[in-house]
Design a protein around this ligand. Structure first.
Ligand code: TXA
Ligand code: MG
Length: 343
């Protein structure tokens, strides 16, 4: 039986202690973070970690991120870090940022799927922070969604997917950011973005003076290419309906592309500015065209809403691939399975 706790307005500290105790002893808990919800287990408990993979239906070669409440906790299970890694940690932790570091053996192999590195993250969310701190152990947690589906950004979207599969669900309201953390690995001395997020290329550049975005971020994995981050190769964020992503920096071009592709039962997901211009059966607005924060906040939940309308086609209006727009487009390109028209 899954028990749901509502901590949206007040955190019940004694209930949270109970949940933390359960995590330490091998339970599974869905909890809020500032990026998306996570489905967490004690990172030192191999069986509990196995249960995460089962609950999500996750491939067993896609490693998990380990969440900590402070740097002392982190030092127990990573081998150390160089100056660049240290600067990144000081600048972006706590926050929507994951750094890949070498791990100690205390982290079971199933957390990292056999890799000798581990992704670490210190969430900037009071419930997540307290949960990790009270449990006294690092928490391994992927995004809370059945594998392949959009990540969960609120409890309503995911409670049916996980009912009976986890011990507790903590409702902390709608995730603030709505897209998963920026994943970075320092490769040959250069911070390399493996998955873009709210911490952007420019943010990293301003701290360490160099940065690279991995090619796979927008173009997928090429044949025979070395896979830095296994998550890159999987279909993700995908609605069940057929979907098409459209982008141009000309508003007229976007409107004409939508009109060329629209069918009878189409749901368009786009900016509020187009809502009264487009003649589709359904229109879901993700907010103002230039408000990337609002788009990132809403997009996963809207992909689910679009799907629930059961349309024959979902047309999504994309944004420019820069700053937070790079993270948004990385998710959207994959959600449409690379069915993308850019003019
Ligand atoms: O915001 C987030 O990061 C959320 C919240 C819950 O913290 N978590 C999340 O986890 O998005 P998940 O499992 O959905 O995505 C983890 C990503 C995957 O793409 C995985 O391949 C990559 O991080 N990753 C994890 N460990 C890695 C490692 N050792 N080396 C390279 N990539 C790694
Ligand atoms: Mg995920």
């Amino acid at each position: 039986m899954t028990k749901i706790f509502d901590f949206k307005n007040i955190i019940d500290e004694s209930a949270l202690s109970l949940i933390a105790n359960d995590i330490r002893n091998g339970g599974l808990v869905i909890f809020p973070t500032e990026t998306v919800y996570g489905i967490g287990a004690n990172a030192y408990n191999k069986n509990a970690v196995d249960n995460i993979f089962v609950a999500k239906g996750r491939a067993n070669d896609n490693p998990l991120i380990v969440h900590v409440s402070d740097f002392d906790m982190l030092n127990n299970f990573v081998e150390g870090y160089n100056d660049i890694e240290k600067s990144l940690m000081d600048a972006f932790m706590p926050g929507p940022f994951t750094l890949i570091l070498r791990k100690k053996n205390i982290i079971p192999d199933n957390v990292t799927c056999g890799l000798d590195t581990v992704g670490i993250r210190m969430p900037n969310n009071i419930i997540a922070h307290k949960l990790i701190e009270l449990s006294g152990v690092p928490i391994a947690a992927p995004s809370a969604n059945i594998s392949g589906r959009p990540s969960g950004t609120n409890i309503n979207d995911i409670k049916n997917e996980f009912d009976g599969k986890v011990d507790y669900i903590i409702d902390g309201g709608m995730s603030d950011i709505g897209l998963e953390s920026t994943v970075v690995k320092v490769i040959d001395g250069i911070p390399t973005i493996l998955r873009p997020g709210r911490v952007t290329e420019n943010d990293i550049l301003s701290i360490v003076g160099k940065v690279k975005v991995h090619d796979a971020v927008l173009h997928g994995i090429k044949k025979n290419e070395k896979i830095e981050s296994p998550g890159m190769k999987y279909k993700h964020y995908a609605p069940n309906a057929k979907s098409l992503l459209i982008y141009s920096n000309s508003k007229d071009e976007v409107l004409s592309l939508i009109n060329q592709n629209i069918v009878n039962n189409t749901c368009v997901l786009g900016p509020s500015e187009f809502e009264n211009i487009i003649n589709s059966k359904y229109y879901l607005s993700y907010g103002n065209y230039n408000d990337l924060k609002s788009i990132s906040h809403n997009i996963f939940s809207l992909l689910r809403s679009a799907d629930a309308l059961n349309p024959d086609l979902i047309i999504i209006v994309g944004v420019e691939e820069k700053e937070l727009g790079l993270a948004i487009m990385n998710r959207l390109i994959r959600s449409v399975g690379y069915n993308y028209i850019k003019k």
